[in-house]
Design a protein around this ligand. Sequence first.
Ligand code: ADP
Ligand code: MG
Length: 263
Amino acid sequence: TALPEVATDRRIDASRMKVTDEVAVQISRMNKWYGAFHVLRDIDMTVYRGERIVICGPSGSGKSTLIRCINALEEHQAGQIIVDGTELNEDLKNVDKVRSEVGMVFQHFNLFPHLTILENCTLAPIWVRRTPRREAEEIAMHFLEKVKIPEQANKYPGQLSGGQQQRVAIARSLCMRPRIMLFDEPTSALDPEMIKEVLDTMISLAEDGMTMLVVTHEMGFARQVANRVIFMDQGQIVEQNEPEEFFLHPRSDRTKLFLSQIL
Ligand code: ADP
Ligand code: MG
């Protein structure tokens, strides 16, 4: 086993990435089925504020389902998920509250093609948060600057590269002021030359102290940015560790096999 190649030549300021002892997400004995198919099995997981967790594992192991459960895009059938002190249950008020605190970025950027970049970023703040338009636009420009594309504000998604669109998707999420960000293979649909610009954006978010759960095959990113790597297989958390240990001394055979296939 070896360490993966680093993902970025950007200097990373790790001193600003602080894990606190405040719990952001608590998952206990959580189980989920799709019909008769038992997709998540006895998931136990505590995420502390400021953590950058990379979740990896073979295709079909339940990674997307797990993070979709954390913002109630999927329902779980047993066990408990508590996000920022709010339990995800039948109470729709709780579901709304959790969704407003958790941002999600998908593999396919899911921008609205008929709206400008700025409009994509102000839509939810204006209509869900009732933020005045002028203020929503100021916030949107702030985050478009953060992802380094303020000059694209009045273009349409189709006029941007894939990497730029994904950075807009990140900015759009940030406009709702989430306390936790979930990423589901954010670079998997991108051409290689665009992967780095999206990873660099995510690194800058990590440096701001954002709590992040990232499903990715970018093991270089995991090595450089994650404080913890979780390996899933067949609906279970098989193994987790800090990146160095995870890559250099994987414990389970399933983890070893997975790493030998992707590194
Ligand atoms: P991963 O993200 O690790 O590739 P997923 O969470 O997408 O895995 O899927 C885990 C398993 O659940 C797979 O076997 C997949 O086919 C199945 N699955 C995913 N979504 C659904 C669904 N909506 N209905 C039924 N089965 C699903
Ligand atoms: Mg997936």
